[in-house]
Design a protein around this ligand. Structure first.
Ligand code: ATP
Ligand code: MG
Length: 418
């Protein structure tokens, strides 16, 4: 049994907020009973060492899954047997779910049936993980264990496969996308050549991945600070078109990122996807099917593309029309994409002013409704909408001038001329 003494990295996460939280302390305390070892693993340790925010806290333990369940229940913690057959149990502590996974080692896979073998060997558990920077562990007092040299790679911002990159990819082709996603979030170019070469060699395996898994990785990649170099590498090596199922517009994507950066705007994966991959409506349909986009994501692509071909309005009035028609939620995405497409620089003051219109002007609500038109004696049906639209268009052209009475008067004149 390895106690990991030889893999102490001389590093500590002792000061981390999450380590001091009662929810975390309870998990450590509960699972340590009966002599089991328990350590935090993965993102929490990695991100703390980088000085970045931490999301969920995952745990690894020498306790067998049924022992984890028993200890947690005895401590009065809620247990959800999420992936019991893979050794994962979710413990709800202080209302937050924590995944606890029994140490595992890789065993031969026979056909499609992978056998899970539990172990007490921390180094063996580390070797079945994907990248060295994800195989970092921390015990209850914050001491970091690093069986595979992940801390050095993390410091160098090097995303490195554990073991033979090609073999690891063939076990799970999602690791190709994870390689680029982790590079986008944590890496710095040039990317690990061995990993990159293996991704290129094994790229045919991407086709077998489920849309949901590809979707999740791609959206996280797009949102990341280092999305551009990661996508450039995917493009240069012929992987990007495979993932998108169509052409990638990297230049427009690059310009969007420059505009976002100049304005310190939060990144949006959907807007970035629109910049990268949407030119015509069919692109949206294809991406929706291929990546199983949610309705909200699909709407986001439609929004971002609404204004795409339009140029910068010469007058504030034109900008107001755009804001009125698109609505405030759509407006920002649509303008940003139009700006990126137009090729104007990220510091262009006219485009910036256009983008910031919602901060100085709020679109009014059109004062008439269908009921008003029906009240004039128009039978419910398409005629109502026609009259409404005519009056609305005139109202927009007049700079949203006119109150309800004057608009009703206009509506009456429409009826007279019918
Ligand atoms: P995040 O901050 O995104 O949660 P994370 O590293 O904790 O980052 P998880 O998806 O929570 O990511 O996975 C926890 C750990 O499980 C990873 O750090 C990695 O060690 C391992 N892991 C996850 N997915 C894979 C995979 N496809 N192949 C191998 N190991 C994986
Ligand atoms: Mg995690």
């Amino acid at each position: 049994m390895s106690h990991g003494r030889d893999t102490v990295a001389g590093l500590s996460v002792a000061g981390a907020d999450w380590l001091a939280q009662p929810a975390t302390r309870r998990i450590f305390a509960t699972l340590s009973q009966g002599g089991h070892q328990v350590r935090a693993v993965g993102g929490a340790v990695r991100n703390t060492l980088l000085g970045q925010g931490v999301g969920d806290i995952d745990f690894a333990t020498t306790a067998r899954p049924e022992q984890v369940v028993e200890l947690a229940e005895r401590a009065g913690l809620k247990v959800v047997p999420t992936g019991l057959q893979h050794g994962t149990v979710t413990i709800v502590s202080d209302g937050h779910p924590h995944e606890v996974t029994t140490l595992r080692r890789d065993v031969e896979t026979y056909g499609r049936h992978a056998k899970v073998a539990f172990t007490d060997d921390w180094a063996a558990d580390a070797r079945r993980r994907d990248f060295t920077m994800n195989a970092l562990y921390a015990d209850a007092d914050g001491t970091v264990f690093d069986p595979l040299g992940g801390a050095g790679d993390l410091q160098a911002r090097r995303v490195r496969f554990i073991g033979d990159a090609g073999a690891r990819i063939r076990e799970d082709y999602l690791r190709i996308l994870r390689f680029f996603r982790f590079n986008a979030v944590y890496g710095t170019p040039p990317f690990d050549t061995e990993g990159l070469a293996a991704c290129v060699r094994e790229r045919a395996g991407l086709a077998a991945l489920s849309a949901e898994r590809v979707h999740a990785e791609l959206m996280r990649l797009l949102k990341a600070e280092g999305a551009l170099p990661a996508l450039e590498a995917m493009f240069d090596w012929g992987l990007l078109v495979d993932v998108l199922g169509g052409v990638a517009y990297l230049e427009r994507f690059r310009r969007l990122l420059a505009i976002e950066a100049a304005g310190a705007l939060p990144s949006s994966a959907v807007r970035r996807l629109a910049a990268l991959a949407v030119v015509v409506a069919e692109d949206i349909d294809r991406l929706t099917g291929r990546l199983r986009l949610s309705n909200a994501e699909r709407r986001g692509l439609v929004c971002a593309s609404r204004y795409r071909a339009a140029s910068l309005p010469a007058e504030e009035a034109g900008a107001r029309c755009a804001l009125y028609r698109l609505g405030p939620d759509c407006f920002e995405d649509a303008v940003l994409l139009a700006w990126a497409e137009a090729g104007a620089g990220p510091d262009d003051p006219a485009w910036r002013r256009f983008l910031e219109l919602p901060q100085r002007w709020q679109a009014p609500r059109f004062p008439l409704s269908g009921a008003d038109i029906v009240g004039l004696g128009v039978a419910s049906g398409p005629d109502v909408g026609r009259v409404l639209r005519t009056v609305e268009e005139a109202w927009i052209s007049a700079g949203f001038a006119g109150d309800k009475d004057s608009l009703m008067a206009h509506a009456r004149t429409c009826l007279d001329t019918d």
